[in-house]
Design a protein around this ligand. Structure first.
Ligand code: GLU
Length: 550
């Protein structure tokens, strides 16, 4: 037995498996040519962020559009930053948005697929097996430097204006013989395990990033930590082991990791693994006072995905919008394929924005108004009821008291070739529907300034006798037109325009007065339908109330 074997056995007495066994246990996947295996690998450090949903969407699309696999890995190696229920919140959020992974960690005790476990805290034995093998081969070594010693080294490097870190002369433990290392372990000293980096700072490493293009950086020469004192792997090491054994073909992740790629490529090389393809996506940006900045978890409520749920943005809207910002070709594709499954969009990583997608709530609202305008009344009513049950109980109680009436409200002007676009999110609904539940205050009504109070009063009092709820839209407007001559208004707008001084106004002004008296608003969906839904008695009461204060 060599001294390195003895050292490796002493460091990992419990490891009974070999890398070869794991290679055989997790063989190359049998997928069709070109199929991509992607993953989302969040840390359970809090609620689901928009950035994670965005990255998951891109990973999901990449896998789905190639007949591949999208899986979920939980990177819970940093227990200090872990939040209770964080993983469940992320998983529930992804499923809510239709991004259910094909495989992976699915919550406590839940695992799917043949490449798990997918929770890093369940993979200690795998990591240790590989590190033991590296130690045996002299490619990794125990490092006994204390935090104080490392600090002192760093300060010295700084004072000499040198690059800081554990490399070259500073990497003292790399020069210990296996026997010396063994002695320190026997003496009970704590240690981390470091990579014996084969890199050289003066050499360059070049790789093709699928989003950012060809990138060149100096090689890594730092003896980075693979396992911490408690035996838990660092992100870098776990990434190499996991993405290899889970047979990931494309690592698509935030571009904060781009500077780590030289380390990762080196790890793949030392471990004898084929590296995956990398795609580093730019963060979601926000424009503020003409400047672009990263969406901030601290400053921007929309950075948390729950914001969209609370505001009542339909799932479809958020997803459509994320695809719009992920790929400049999506909007045009959507115009040509209005009913197609969004995940059939031929997504191309290479066409993603390199500088960062701009997130704009106004644009999301527009996208969402389109989405909502295409829904039928049944769906809209159901979604609004669901949203209100959770976020606006008072409104929910009103709707639930008469579901048929509620559905009537959301049926108005729905369907047809030019649907109105009043509602972008369910939280718009209470205001949208307010006048159906509450009479407008007659003293606060704002009529067109061109009309005199006496004329308005006359309109309000002469209309009730001609109102008949059985009228269709045409008959309803014809009845208004028929009233016009006696009121001094012109029945036809065209005629009126030829001779505006000859009239007090036109039929449209008369209906505006009625609209304001009934709803308190100047702009509403179809007034004939509103009146029919509110019922004759209520309409007459509102008209009378409005007339009585003039
Ligand atoms: N746990 C890492 C993160 O949340 C994952 C990065 C990756 O996708 O590799 O940033």
């Amino acid at each position: 037995m060599s001294a390195l074997d003895t050292l490796a056995d002493r460091m990992f007495p419990d490891v009974t498996h070999t890398p070869e066994e794991y290679e055989a246990l997790y063989p190359a996947r049998q997928l069709k040519e070109g199929a991509r295996v992607t993953r989302i690998a969040p840390s359970p450090t809090g609620y689901l962020h928009l950035g994670v949903l965005y990255a998951a969407t891109i990973n999901y699309l990449t896998a789905k559009s190639t007949g591949g696999v999208f899986y979920f890995r939980l990177e819970d190696t940093d227990s200090k930053r872990e939040v209770d229920g964080g993983a469940e919140d992320i998983l529930a959020g992804l499923s809510h948005y239709g991004l259910t992974p094909d495989e992976g960690y699915g919550g406590p005790g839940k695992e799917t697929g043949n490449y798990g476990p997918h929770r890093q805290s369940d993979r200690a034995e795998i990591y240790h097996t590989y590190v033991k093998d590296l130690v045996r081969k002299g490619l990794a070594y125990p490092c006994f430097c204390t935090a104080e010693q490392l600090n002192a080294v760093r300060e010295e490097q700084e004072s000499r204006k040198e690059r800081t870190g554990y490399y070259g002369a500073a990497a003292v433990c790399r020069r210990l013989s296996p026997e010396e290392a063994l002695q320190k372990i026997e003496a009970g000293l704590h240690y981390v395990v470091r990579l014996r980096s084969p890199g050289d700072e003066s050499r360059r490493v070049k790789f093709d990033d699928m989003v950012k293009g060809t990138i060149e950086m100096p090689e890594n020469d730092q003896d980075l930590v693979l396992l911490k004192t408690d035996g838990i792997p660092t992100y870098h090491f776990a990434h190499a082991i996991d993405d290899h054994l889970m047979r990931t073909t494309h690592v698509i992740r935030g571009d904060e990791w781009i500077s780590s790629v030289p380390i990762h490529l080196q790890l793949f090389q030392v471990l004898g693994f084929k590296p995956p393809k990398y795609a580093h996506i730019s963060p979601i940006m926000k424009e503020e006072n003409g400047n672009k900045r990263k969406l901030s978890k601290r400053k921007d409520p929309e950075a948390a995905v729950r914001y969209f749920t609370e505001e009542g943005y339909p799932i479809q809207s958020v997803m459509e919008y994320l695809l719009t910002i992920a790929s400049s070709g999506f909007e045009d594709w959507r115009k040509c394929n209005p009913a197609a499954d969004r995940f059939s969009f031929p997504f191309n990583l290479k066409k993603m924005s390199v500088s960062g997608a701009l997130f704009d709530l106004d644009k999301l609202n527009d996208v969402s108004k389109n989405v909502v305008s295409a829904m039928d009344a049944d769906a809209v009513t159901r979604y609004i009821l669901e949203w209100a049950a959770q976020y606006n109980q008072e409104f929910h109680a009103k709707l639930a008291a008469d579901p048929v009436f509620a559905q009537g409200i959301f049926s108005i002007d729905r369907g047809g070739s030019k649907p109105r676009k009043d509602i972008g999110k369910w939280s718009d609904a209470p205001d949208y529907a307010a006048y159906f539940y509450q009479r407008p205050d007659p003293t606060g009504l704002e009529y067109p300034e061109s009309l005199h109070a006496a004329d308005i009063k006359e309109i309000l009092s002469s209309y009730p006798p001609v109102y008949d709820p059985s009228q269709d839209r045409q008959q309803w407007f014809d009845a208004i037109k028929a009233l016009c001559p006696a009121l001094g208004f012109c029945p036809e707008v065209k005629e009126y325009k030829k001779n505006p001084d000859g009239y007090k106004g036109h039929a449209g002004d008369v209906s505006t007065v009625l609209r304001i008296a009934v709803t308190g608003r100047r702009n509403t969906p179809d007034l004939c339908s509103i009146m029919r839904l509110l019922g004759k008695e209520e309409i007459l009461a509102r008209l009378q109330a409005a007339a009585s204060v003039l």
